[in-house]
Design a protein around this ligand. Structure first.
Ligand SMILES: *[C@@H]1O[C@H](CO)[C@@H](O)[C@H](O)[C@H]1NC(C)=O
Ligand SMILES: [Cu+2]
Length: 272
């Protein structure tokens, strides 16, 4: 093959090689499927409204540690408000379905929730204050070990979180995120894949979630859980970001009593 042909061939292959990650393609609540944001939708006119925030991630790409203090970490790259809501009861299970996730992309899976003062479809994302409601990461072994992302891949590429049952009725955004650590041994190598989704929560609780944190303050490039060598011998892992909130732990105890809380249990064990 002529050198020029070789060059164009390798250029053609490049996007597939670097884009084998994923995005949240659907959300299931109460047995009902809701379409997530898919970056290809930006070419439709009009752009179809989704509860998932509109992200400029056609390459299924990620946010790097050098961008952790910028607005892109809030709801992913150049994210714009989702135009719809998913209705959900406080205490409901919310299942996020990914279109793809490579097993090599091991790392933590974290869920945050933020109340919208008013309408989530128009809120200024920089004003959102987030509370961590679920986290999972390292399970066992090392180099690279077993991680909750392995469970996510085995569970039909899905991850389930619970809307705190104590939450007051209102408009909320859940920020569901995977942080891939396969390249995190080098500086600026971790990869954050956040996705924000609007929810209209109905409940009898009164929890309003004061004291949340801005997403731009979640992580630093040098955090123990961000600059982390997956391909080494290790005996623990520190999940990055703010602490899990007590409201989530109370919720976990309630779910545990009901006897179907495998994910929660693992997280609680890891906390101790
Ligand atoms: C498995 O994932 C596919 C694709 O996201 C989805 O259509 C299907 O409903 C999922 N199955 C279950 C049982 O959640
Ligand atoms: Cu990837």
């Amino acid at each position: 093959m002529a050198p020029l042909a070789l060059l164009s061939l390798s250029l053609a292959l490049l996007p597939t090689l670097i884009s084998a990650h994923g995005h949240v393609s659907g959300i299931v609540v109460d047995g009902k499927w809701y379409t997530g944001w898919n970056a290809a939708m930006k070419y439709q006119s009009p752009i179809p409204p989704t509860a998932g925030w509109q992200v400029d991630n056609l390459d299924n790409g990620f946010v790097t540690p050098s961008q952790f203090a910028t607005a892109d970490i809030i709801c992913h790259k150049a994210a714009k408000n989702g135009g719809l809501y998913i209705p959900a009861k406080a205490g409901a299970a919310v299942k996020f379905l990914w279109d793809a996730w490579p097993v090599s992309h091991k790392g933590p899976v974290i869920d945050y929730i933020a109340p919208c003062p008013g309408d989530c479809t128009s809120v200024d994302k920089t004003t959102l204050r987030w509370t961590k409601i679920k986290e999972g990461a390292w399970i066992t072994g090392s180099d690279p070990g077993t991680w909750v992302t392995d469970d996510l891949v085995k569970s039909n590429l899905s991850w389930t979180t619970t809307i705190p049952s104590t939450l007051a009725s209102g408009n909320y955004i859940i920020r569901h995120e995977i942080i891939a650590l396969h390249a995190a041994g080098q500086s600026n190598g971790a990869q954050a894949y956040p996705q924000c989704i609007n929810f209209k929560v109905e409940g009898t609780g009164s929890e309003t979630l004061s004291g949340g944190v801005a997403a731009t303050a979640f992580y630093k490039a040098t955090d123990a859980g961000i600059l982390f060598n997956l391909y080494s011998k290790f005996t623990g892992y520190t999940i990055p970001g703010p602490a899990l909130k007590m409201v989530a732990k109370r919720e976990a105890a309630v779910v545990e009593e009901r006897g179907h809380a495998k994910d929660w249990l693992r997280e609680l064990e890891m906390e101790e």
